[in-house]
Design a protein around this ligand. Structure first.
Ligand SMILES: O=C(O)CCC(=O)C(=O)O
Ligand SMILES: [Fe+2]
Length: 405
């Protein structure tokens, strides 16, 4: 189940544990330890932020093919991935050696950036895009400030780019602090862009969708990245208003490809028959933040964690629901990346008819509108939000050139 699938390229790395119990309560873990049973699973849980109640996840790991071609092995892997998401809400993809190198370099650049003075960081803001620095406490999730410190990268467009000149919402330059940050982060994003495309193809194979059902949406995709730093918890209780890193939420597009250091802090919520969130209609932020259905995602070296976003849920009729997740502060500061593989800003996304029993709802999602709504909600006081409102840019979202089918 965890590690022993043969044949396809799935599950070669890493072997996480040998215990068939998928989710183990922390209480059970310490019990196991005292009895001298395997410590593999308990080791995974040992990094969990204090005072959180959660199962410890043992995630399935996949090694993506160099090139997805739709071979029987690819189709099988696509099915296995879909099963993993439907069961666990998240899976791991092993990094190849090139990606490991890019990940390390991007991480070093991110740490270097966050080590700059508050003043140096504060100037990395753009008035037209949401790219740039977000100070601890500036982001709002479900009405409460998050403690994360973030540098967001969106499509880096110069001021004379036609879409920027036309004042499309959220379009503008990325206010990089310097080339030391820009170069490694862009290379890292490009590499994840390739993995994202491969993952979308695997989903198309696994769900027997027409080729291009997902991948046609990502031409000129609005892929973006959040590089994150979480302060240590300073002995707060680690939960609620005083100690949370990011409140529970779902992300907005097709796929999230996340990476973290060895500290730990991410929790996700696996799909449940009695829970159906639709974040594009009603905010999923803050959803059941403090109950015990959360699964801790232990740091594992050499892997990304991947989960579906809102657009994937909408297209698949919740067959692949957008995975709720949250971040707790830990006893050490933590660094992480969240990369979002997205449709183009202009994409008008339709539901996949066969996943709606041939009767898809008469509903579409304009990705750019969804993105703009979400960012305005998260950053109500940011200069970018003020400018969108002040210049009445939202009305542009209805223009035909901002909407492709
Ligand atoms: O810190 C993480 O691992 C995930 C961060 C996250 O959920 C986000 O940036 O949307
Ligand atoms: Fe997220």
């Amino acid at each position: 189940m965890l590690s022993h699938r043969s044949g396809s390229a799935a599950l070669r790395l890493p072997v996480i544990g040998h215990n068939p119990i998928r989710h183990v309560y922390p209480a059970l873990l310490s019990h196991q330890q005292t009895k001298g049973l395997t410590t593999t699973t308990s080791d995974l849980g040992s990094t969990m932020p204090p005072n959180y109640v959660a199962h410890v996840g043992q995630l399935k790991t996949f090694t993506l093919p160099e090139k997805a071609v739709g071979s029987p092995g690819d189709i099988q892997m696509g099915k296995d991935m879909i099963n993993a998401w439907r069961e666990d809400g998240i899976l791991q993809v092993s990094m190849n050696s090139k990606q490991q190198d890019l990940f390390n370099k991007a991480f070093a650049a991110s740490k270097q950036f966050f080590a700059k003075s508050p003043k140096q960081k504060a100037v990395c803001v753009d008035t037209q895009s949401y790219a740039g620095y977000i100070a601890s406490g500036e982001e709002i999730t479900d009405g409460i400030a998050d403690y994360s410190e973030i540098f967001t990268v969106t499509k880096d467009l110069p001021l004379d780019e036609p879409r920027v000149e036309a004042k499309w919402p959220c379009h503008g330059p990325c206010p990089w602090p310097d080339i030391d940050m820009k170069a490694p982060i862009q290379q890292y994003m490009d590499s994840l862009g390739n993995s994202g495309e491969t993952l979308l193809k695997m989903i198309e194979y696994g769900l027997s969708l027409d080729p291009g059902t997902l991948t046609s949406l990502t031409k000129d995709g609005w892929h973006h990245l959040r590089t994150l730093r979480f302060p240590q918890n300073n002995n707060t209780n680690g939960r609620g208003k005083d100690g949370r890193g990011i409140g529970s939420h779902t992300d907005y597009g097709l796929l999230v490809i996340a990476g973290q250091d060895d500290v730990g802090g991410l929790f996700i919520r696996p799909p449940a028959a009695d829970e159906k969130l639709e974040n594009w209609k009603k905010s999923a932020a803050g959803f059941r933040e403090d109950d015990d259905r959360w699964v801790y995602v232990p740091p594992v070296p050499g892997v990304f964690t991947v989960f579906p976003g809102d657009i994937m849920q909408f297209m698949t009729n919740s067959y692949l629901p957008s995975t709720p997740h949250k971040v707790g502060l830990n006893t050490r500061e933590r660094f992480a990346f969240a990369y979002f593989h997205e449709p183009s800003f202009q994409a008008v996304v339709s539901p996949v008819a066969k996943l709606y029993d041939g009767k898809p709802p008469d509903e579409t999602i304009h990705y750019g509108t969804h993105f703009t709504n979400m960012f305005m909600r998260n950053y109500p006081d940011r200069v970018t939000t003020e400018r969108i409102l002040g210049e009445d840019r939202l009305k542009l979202l209805d223009l035909p050139e901002l909407r492709t089918q």
